[in-house]
Design a protein around this ligand. Structure first.
Ligand code: ADP
Ligand code: MG
Length: 687
C-alpha cells in the first residue's frame, strides 16, 4: 500500500482550484494527472527580461518589458489566414506590431484597446522593417505585476494551456508538498550539499538551480536502481526450477539456415542459465534482423524438452500475431503445440486456450499482456520470453512474471542497441547476451538523403520500385505536440498516394480501429497491398522480406535510434534494399550529422554509441513526450554523472537492509512509490 504521507501528492489534478474537465484535458496530454505530476513538471528553461523605457533600447531577439499604447488593430485581409496585428507605440512614438495567430486574436482584441497604455512582456523581433512582438507573454495594466516577473520559468505546454496558467497551477501544487523523510544517505546528502526534497522542488521552479535539479535527478535514479536491485534480489531468493533439455526437440528443427556464431553463443548461455535452479534473468540484445526469434525458439524448446511450458510476451497485437505465425511454422517439425492469446480472444476460443494451458496440451503460448492476466493459469510455466522494445517496461514486466510459487526463467529481448555505459540504467544487473553478428548474406541498405521538396521525383521512384513487384514502406513523422495533427498528415499523404497507386496502398496508424489496422497490415504482409503508409507504429516490427524500399518523411525529426529501427524493416530479404531519408529545408547541425551517420553505417551498436556522443541522443532514453522514457527528470548528462553514485548507494542500502524496514528503508519505500517504481516494493511483500 502506498504510504499515506504521499496521498496529497497523488491527489487528482482536478483537486486544484480552477481545474475542471476542460483544463484537465490539456494537462493529461502532458502526462500531468496528479499534484505530483504537476510539481514535477520542471521548467524547460527560464526567461529573464529587461525593462526598457523605449523600444529602441531593446536589442533584436531580446526579452523585454515595455509600456505601449495601441494605436490600431489590423485584422488579416483574409480572415483565418494571416496574423492579427495590433500596432502600438512607446512613449517616444516608436511603433511596434503585436502579432497574434489563430484564436489568440480574440485575446488581443480584449486586452489591447486602442488608446490605453499597457505593460507588455515578450521577445522583441524584427519583421521586415518593423519591430514586432509575436504572442506577448504578458499584457498587464499595471507595471508592478510585471516587474515581479523579470525572471520566469518556461514550461512545456499543450494546446489549451498558457504559461501563466500552468505557472499558477505549479505554484498551487508546490503549496501542497508534504514533508517527506530523507531517503538519501546522510553522508552523501551532506557531501553534495543538496537541498531537502520539498525545497529542491520549489527551487527548481523558481530559478535556475543546478543543485536542486541534481537532487531531483538523483532521487529518480536512486528509485530506479533500488527497484532494479529489488527485482534482482527477489529473483535470487526465489526458487526456480532447473531445466535440462536433452536436445531432442531442437534436433527436429529444420531451419533453412545455419545459426550464426553469436546465435549459438547466446543459446549456450541461455542453456547454461536454465540448468540452474535460480531463475534466469537474461537480456538478449540484438539489432533488428539479428535473428532473435530463433534464439527465443531454441530457449523455449529447451523448456519443452524439460517437460515445461513457455510463454512469449509481445508488446503489440501485430507483433504477437507475427511471432505466433513464425514460431508455429518453425516449430512444426518438433510437434510442440503453439497457441496465440491476445486481448481479442473471446468466448469459446479463449476458453479452449485457457484449458489447454491448464492441462498442458499447449506447450508454447504467444501473446500480449493478456497472457499474464490473473485468470490465466499454466500447468507448469518454465520460461517467459519478453520481446520488449520499450526499455523501462522490462523490469516491471519481470516483476510481474516473477509472481507465482516457482518463478519461471526470464529472457528479455530488445532490438534497441544500448551503449554499454547505459545498460545498467536500463536493465539493472541483468546478464546480457549480445547478438553482434548479423546473419550472412545481408546486403547493405543503400541509404540516401533527399530533399523533401523533390516529392514528384520521389513518388516517381516509388512507382518504378513497385512496378518491379517489390513492396515499400512510407513513414510519416510523429511530431511532438499533436498526435491528431500527425495523423491528419499521414491521412493526407495516404490520400495523395492513393490517387496515384489506388488499391495498392494501405494505411496504418495508432488511431485506427485494431481490426482495421490488422486487416491493413495483413494485406501488406500477404503482398496484396504494395505500399504501406504508416506513422511510427511499424517501428515495433513486422517482417516483410519483399518490402525493400523505405521512405521516411522529415527524417531529421526522428532520433537516430528510431531511424535505425525503422530502416531495419527493409533489407530482410535477399534483394537489394533502399532507404530514402527525406529532409526538410531547415536542417540543424545535429540533424545533418545524424543523417550523415545513418548513411555511413548500419551497425546499431555504433549508432547508439555515436548518438550518445552527438548529444542529440536524448531519445536513447526514450522520448519524454511519449511517456516511454526511462527517466522523466534526469537528463542524459545527469544519468551519466549520477547513475553510478545512485547505483552504489542503492546497493549499499539493499545490502544492509534488503527488506527496507529500517528508518531509511521506510523512506526508500516512499521514494519508490513517489517514482511509481512500487513494483519493486510489491516484490518485498510477495517474497
Ligand atoms: P530480429 O532479431 O529482428 O527478431 P528475426 O528473428 O526476425 O530478427 O530474424 C530476421 C530474419 O533473419 C528472419 O527472416 C530469420 O528467419 C532470418 N535468420 C535468422 N537467423 C538466421 C541465420 N543464422 N542465417 C540466415 N537467416 C537467419
Ligand atoms: Mg524480432
Amino acid at each position: 500500500m502506498r504510504p499515506a504521507i504521499l496521498n496529497p501528492l497523488f491527489a487528482d489534478a482536478k483537486s486544484l482550484d480552477g481545474v475542471g474537465p476542460k483544463l484537465a484535458k490539456p494537462l493529461a496530454k502532458l502526462g500531468l494527472n496528479t499534484i505530483k505530476d504537476i510539481a514535477y513538471h520542471l521548467p524547460e528553461r527560464f526567461v529573464s527580461r529587461r525593462a526598457i523605457a523605449t523600444l529602441d533600447e531593446g536589442g533584436e531577439g531580446e526579452q523585454v518589458i515595455v509600456a505601449l499604447t495601441p494605436t490600431e488593430h489590423r485584422a488579416a485581409r483574409n480572415p483565418g489566414r494571416g496574423p492579427y496585428r495590433v500596432l502600438a507605440q512607446d512613449e517616444a512614438g516608436n511603433i511596434a506590431a503585436l502579432t497574434y495567430f489563430g484564436r489568440a486574436s480574440y485575446t488581443a482584441k480584449k486586452q489591447l484597446p486602442v488608446g490605453e497604455k499597457r505593460w507588455v512582456a515578450g521577445r522583441l523581433d524584427r519583421y521586415g522593417d518593423m519591430l514586432q512582438i509575436v504572442h506577448p507573454d504578458h499584457v498587464e495594466t499595471e507595471s508592478s505585476t510585471l516587474m515581479g516577473r523579470v525572471s520566469e520559468p518556461v514550461y512545456r505546454l499543450s494546446e489549451g494551456l498558457t504559461q501563466p496558467r500552468l505557472t499558477a497551477l505549479v505554484e498551487q501544487s508546490l503549496g501542497r508538498l508534504p514533508d517527506l523523510p530523507e531517503w538519501i544517505e546522510p553522508g552523501q546528502f551532506a557531501k553534495q550539499d543538496w537541498p531537502i526534497w520539498s525545497q529542491a522542488l520549489k527551487s527548481a521552479h523558481r530559478a535556475p538551480s543546478e543543485k536542486a535539479r541534481e537532487r531531483l535527478a538523483y532521487d529518480e535514479l536512486l528509485a530506479n536502481s533500488l527497484a532494479l536491485l529489488l527485482v534482482k534480489a527477489d529473483s535470487r531468493r526465489r526458487k526456480g526450477q532447473a531445466l535440462a533439455g536433452d536436445g531432442s526437440l531442437r534436433a527436429k528443427l529444420d531451419l533453412p539456415f545455419k545459426m550464426t556464431g553469436a546465435q549459438e553463443r547466446s543459446i549456450a548461455e541461455i542453456e547454461g542459465d536454465l540448468r540452474q535452479e535460480a531463475p534466469m534473468l537474461r537480456l538478449l540484445q540484438g539489432d533488428v534482423g539479428a535473428g532473435k526469434t530463433v534464439v527465443a525458439l531454441a530457449a523455449m524448446l529447451i523448456a519443452c524438452e524439460a517437460g515445461k511450458q513457455a510463454a512469449l510476451l509481445a508488446p503489440t497485437e501485430i507483433l504477437a500475431r507475427q511471432h505466433f505465425e513464425t514460431l508455429r511454422a518453425m516449430a512444426a517439425p518438433t510437434g510442440v503445440e503453439v497457441a496465440l492469446l491476445t486481448g481479442r480472444a473471446k468466448g469459446k476460443e479463449r476458453e479452449s486456450i485457457l484449458m489447454g494451458l491448464l492441462d498442458g496440451s499447449i506447450d508454447i503460448l504467444v501473446g500480449t499482456h493478456a497472457i499474464f492476466q490473473e485468470t490465466v493459469s499454466y500447468k507448469d510455466l518454465g520460461l517467459v520470453v519478453i520481446d520488449e522494445q520499450h526499455r523501462f517496461g522490462v523490469a516491471q514486466r519481470l516483476a510481474l512474471a516473477g509472481k507465482g510459487k516457482r518463478s519461471p526463467h526470464t529472457l528479455a529481448m530488445t532490438a534497441t542497441p544500448i551503449p554499454r555505459s547505459l545498460t545498467l540504467a536500463q536493465y539493472g544487473e541483468m546478464d546480457v547476451s549480445r547478438l553482434d553478428e548479423l546473419p550472412p548474406g545481408r546486403q547493405a541498405i543503400d541509404t540516401r538523403v533527399v530533399a523533401q521538396e523533390r516529392m514528384e521525383d520521389i513518388v516517381a521512384g516509388v512507382e518504378r520500385h513497385l512496378a518491379t513487384g517489390q513492396q515499400a514502406y512510407w513513414v510519416c513523422p510523429m511530431v511532438r505536440d499533436s498526435e491528431t495533427a500527425d495523423i491528419a498528415a499521414a491521412e493526407a499523404r495516404y490520400a495523395a498516394l492513393k490517387e496515384r497507386f489506388g488499391e495498392d496502398v494501405v494505411l496504418v496508424h495508432g488511431q485506427l480501429r485494431p481490426e482495421i489496422k490488422d486487416a491493413n497490415m495483413e494485406r501488406f504482409a500477404s503482398g496484396e497491398a504494395k505500399l504501406l503508409v504508416a506513422t511510427t507504429v511499424i517501428e515495433v516490427g513486422v517482417d516483410v522480406p519483399s518490402a525493400t524500399l523505405m521512405v521516411i518523411e522529415q527524417a531529421e525529426r526522428f532520433g537516430l535510434a528510431q531511424l535505425h529501427q525503422l530502416r531495419g524493416r527493409v533489407g530482410r530479404g535477399s534483394e537489394k534494399s533502399v532507404c530514402l531519408l527525406l529532409r526538410g529545408n531547415e536542417l540543424s547541425e545535429t540533424g545533418r550529422k545524424r543523417l550523415a551517420l545513418m548513411r555511413e553505417t548500419q551497425d546499431g551498436f555504433r549508432i547508439a554509441e555515436e548518438d550518445l556522443e552527438l548529444r542529440g541522443g536524448g531519445e536513447l532514453l526514450g522520448t519524454r513526450q511519449s511517456g516511454e522514457a526511462a527517466f522523466r527528470i534526469a537528463d542524459l548528462d545527469q544519468v551519466q554523472r549520477l547513475l553510478p553514485v545512485a547505483h552504489a548507494d542503492a546497493r549499499l542500502l539493499i545490502d544492509r537492509d534488503g527488506g527496507l524496514t529500517s528508518q531509511r528503508g521506510e523512506a526508500a519505500r516512499v521514494l519508490l512509490y513517489l517514482f511509481e517504481r512500487d513494483w519493486g516494493v510489491q516484490l518485498l511483500r510477495g517474497g
